[in-house]
Design a protein around this ligand. Structure first.
Ligand code: NDP
Length: 252
């Protein structure tokens, strides 16, 4: 009997932070990683060099651009011959504080955030699902945020994008169950990455830490382990879940 092929997994935003740790966990567990990033070639190269095993490849694309999403999925499938799992991890966090942002700035941040954090994953999902349905199934893991439930004082568009992605994943879990495409969502709290540097080192850092009963924020490595489990092993009956990964810093 032929050996099972290693799963091919597209991880968006894998050059740094949480995506990098997800790629590392997946590679250690035998997956072939399509390592996606936006523009940081050096970080993508460095991360690629840390991945265990062979056959991984980098792909550069702006997920806020629908045509770039189309090229990305086509390129991954052309390179590996297939795609088994999509991990929608790439995202941005930008202040749009309503009391200080100009109207023009408010417009720009909302548009960029929704295009990147919501429409990017939605478009990649659409494209991956067309492929999954020709192969009898696939998996999707979305990374959202605690902000979707707690709200964000100075990043309303970020919270809105993540809340919308939660319900997008849940709607798709219902729609795609019959097609053997489970859709899982993880909603992290603060995690020690570039995105969180301002919050974890700035004047509000003590207050952020005080929210965490573990006495620390989450690590990218913990996120990597969680998402690798969802991508490779989690039972299909978890489809539609939104898994809190916030160290009990916000319970709902
Ligand atoms: P980082 O800022 O550390 O890394 C972001 C990654 O996304 C990079 O790989 C970056 O690529 C990529 N990226 C950014 N914009 C685009 C774009 N337009 N198109 C394609 N790729 C893009 O983020 P984190 O690792 O911290 O966050 C990962 C996910 O986890 C995000 O969705 C975030 O919202 C979520 N999250 C993070 C939390 C935290 O505290 N860190 C808390 C809750 C949720 P490049 O290197 O090329 O710039």
């Amino acid at each position: 009997m032929a050996a099972a092929l290693p799963p091919v997994i597209l991880v968006t935003g894998a050059s740094r932070g949480i995506g990098r740790a997800i790629a590392q966990h997946l590679a250690r567990r035998g997956a072939r990683v399509a390592l996606h990033y936006a523009r940081n070639d050096a970080a993508a190269r460095d991360t690629l060099a840390t991945l265990a095993g062979e056959g991984h490849a980098p792909f550069r694309a702006d997920v806020a651009d629908p045509a770039a999403c189309e090229r990305l999925v086509a390129d991954v499938i052309a390179h590996f011959g297939r795609l088994d799992v999509l991990v929608n991890n790439a995202g941005i966090y930008e202040d749009d504080a309503i009391k200080s942002a100009s109207y023009a700035e408010w417009q720009r941040v909302w548009r960029r955030t929704i295009d990147t954090n919501l429409l990017g994953p939605a478009n990649l999902t659409y494209l991956a699902v067309q492929h999954f349905r020709t192969r009898g199934g696939g998996r999707i893991v979305n990374i959202t945020s605690r902000a979707a439930f707690r709200g964000e004082l100075t990043a309303q568009s970020y919270a809105a994008s993540k809340a919308a992605l939660n319900i997008t994943g849940q709607s798709l879990a219902r729609a795609l169950g019959p097609d053997h495409i489970p859709v899982f969502t993880v909603a992290p709290g603060w995690i020690d990455t570039d995105m969180a540097v301002g919050a974890l080192t700035g004047p509000g850092a003590a207050e952020v830490l005080a929210q965490h009963p573990l006495g620390r924020v989450g690590t990218a490595d913990e996120m990597g382990a969680t998402v690798a489990w969802l991508a490779l092993e989690a039972p299909a009956n978890l489809t539609g879940c939104v898994l809190d990964a916030n160290g009990a810093s916000y319970l709902r």
